[in-house]
Write a protein that binds this ligand. Structure first.
Ligand code: SF4
Ligand code: SF4
Length: 477
């Protein structure tokens, strides 16, 4: 009969050491070769747990505690109703579903199964006003207001944006309002920039590197690239509004298989218009693609080389300025992981894997017609994600399901070694035509999540071996 309260841990080794990750305390212990071999024998079922001297020794220090997890349930579920009534954080308005570009990898280009495509639908001012009122009524306890404009290309509805900004400023009292907008940068002409700068609206512009790399994917419907017009707009903007451009403009680069990663990184290193610190990278979404798309071999080689440089920078052998911004996130993640492992977090009997945020409360996305969604990244065609409407309010039952996505694999999560380190949001799971994310699809993703944690633990241990000091009780010598 299977052990109902197993001791859950994961052994791993690097070229320089032997380790075990203890799930109960979320900590890593450095082992001797003999200790490692003994724990591996326990893992394989060759040695009963109670016969392991290593386990007994560490149990005296509060580790290797038999499984305490009784239920997979998100701790924020019980405060969700209260927060939905009074604590909404950010409102994002889909002012249009149309765009003036037709980018190759766009989420709305038709290359994804089940996703919506560009359309002529746009939000009326009446709906926008009601959405702002709804947000106001449901954010009584939130000290600041955050309102974002999203598309398609939101600047196609510039007049609507102007009206919304003016309406919000008139209606929202006693709070500082922060506006933001995500744009492809082609419509940033003088009159628009003047309004954006005067109202201090932060903008995120999509830019994929040099002209050659950018124009491969980011094109107008007639095939013309959009790079030249964006750079012209940027030059004008930084000439006329230097402070605004410096402080309120960010860039997003979508790393995709069509581009040469080396050229993209080189472009951002040498160009003189864009401040490296203002660039954020994300990777094209590969989930739900209609046909398979893969990165070239050179992508992984360049990425590895940059990772090695980031690694050297972390152990103090290379100045961070030589590390490409693309992998700066690696440095940040290594620091976060170091802190996370530093903190000993003991498991609660009722717990949920990490990943989901309170749907609609952290980012409330309002579709052009007033339908509510947890954020702008989910597929609007999936009814699972429609969490209400500005007319009828929130559907708390649906919000609870999205937040408690771990329930689908409750049995597996309860005994999974990755429970304290896992991060999975329902939007990462494929639906395969179903109404809800399926168990089978989620389990497939679990393998990837466990692999990602293994890599993180491995990297952290190697960094420690090379002198990246982690002074914790848990990472003992
Ligand atoms: S600019 Fe954005 S919304 Fe428009 S086609 Fe390109 S990726 Fe899609
Ligand atoms: S990897 Fe899968 S089974 Fe493990 S904690 Fe995460 S969601 Fe649960």
């Amino acid at each position: 009969m299977a052990d109902t309260n197993p001791i859950i841990f994961r052994t791993y080794k690097t070229y320089g050491g032997y380790y075990v990750y203890d799930r109960h305390t979320n900590s890593v212990i450095t082992l001797s070769r003999e200790e490692f071999q003994e724990l591996q024998a326990v893992e394989k079922g060759e040695l009963p747990t109670e016969k392991s001297g290593v386990i007994a020794r560490y149990q005296e220090q509060g580790m290797f505690v038999p499984n305490v997890v009784k239920e997979i349930y998100h701790p924020q579920t019980d405060i969700m109703e209260h927060n939905a009534k009074r604590r909404l954080q950010q409102l994002i308005l889909q002012v249009t579903q149309q765009c003036n570009l037709r980018c190759e990898y766009c989420a709305f280009s038709g290359i994804y199964k089940e996703n919506r495509v560009h359309s002529a639908n746009w939000m009326s001012f009446e709906t926008a006003k009601r959405a702002i009122d709804f947000y106001l009524e449901h954010s009584i306890d939130t000290p600041s207001a955050f309102i974002g404009f999203y598309g398609g290309e939101p600047l196609l509805e510039f007049d609507l944006i102007k009206k919304c900004v003016n309406y919000a400023k008139k209606t929202i009292e006693g709070k500082k309002i922060y506006f933001n907008l995500t744009t492809n940068g082609t419509l940033l002409e003088d009159e628009r920039v003047k309004f954006l700068a005067e109202n201090n609206i932060s903008i995120a512009i999509s830019l994929d590197g040099s002209k050659k790399e950018h124009d491969i994917c980011r094109r107008f419907p007639d095939g013309t690239g959009s790079f030249d017009i964006i750079i012209k707009n940027l030059q004008n903007m930084s000439q006329n509004y230097p402070e605004y451009t410096k402080n309120s403009v960010r860039f997003f680069t979508t790393v995709n298989p069509y581009m040469d990663l080396g050229c993209v990184m080189e472009y951002f290193r040498v160009n003189d218009i864009i401040d490296e610190r203002a660039i954020r990278y994300n990777t094209m979404v590969f989930k739900d693609l209609k046909k398979e798309l893969n990165f070239q071999k050179s992508y992984f080689q360049i990425q590895k080389f940059e990772y090695i440089k980031a690694f050297f920078s972390l152990v103090g052998k290379l100045d961070k300025k030589h590390v490409n911004p693309l992998v700066h996130t690696f440095i940040e993640n290594a620091k976060i992981l170091k802190q996370a492992l530093h903190k000993r977090i003991e498991l609660d009997p009722v717990i949920h894997p990490g990943g989901p945020c309170m749907p609609g409360i952290i980012r409330l996305f309002v579709r052009y017609d007033g339908a509510l969604f947890p954020c702008e990244r989910v597929n609007e065609n999936q009814s699972f994600y429609q969490i209400g409407s500005i007319e009828d309010g929130f559907r708390l039952d649906k919000m609870r399901d999205i937040l408690n996505i771990g329930k689908i694999t409750e049995t597996e999560c309860k005994t999974c070694w990755n429970l304290q380190r896992c991060s999975m949001c329902s939007n990462e799971i494929e639906f395969h035509g179903k109404e809800k994310p399926g168990r089978e699809e989620k389990i497939k993703l679990c393998a990837e999540k466990k692999r990602a944690t293994e890599v993180e633990l491995y990297e952290q241990s190697v960094l420690k071996e090379f002198g990246y000091i982690v002074e914790t009780e848990e990472m003992r010598k």
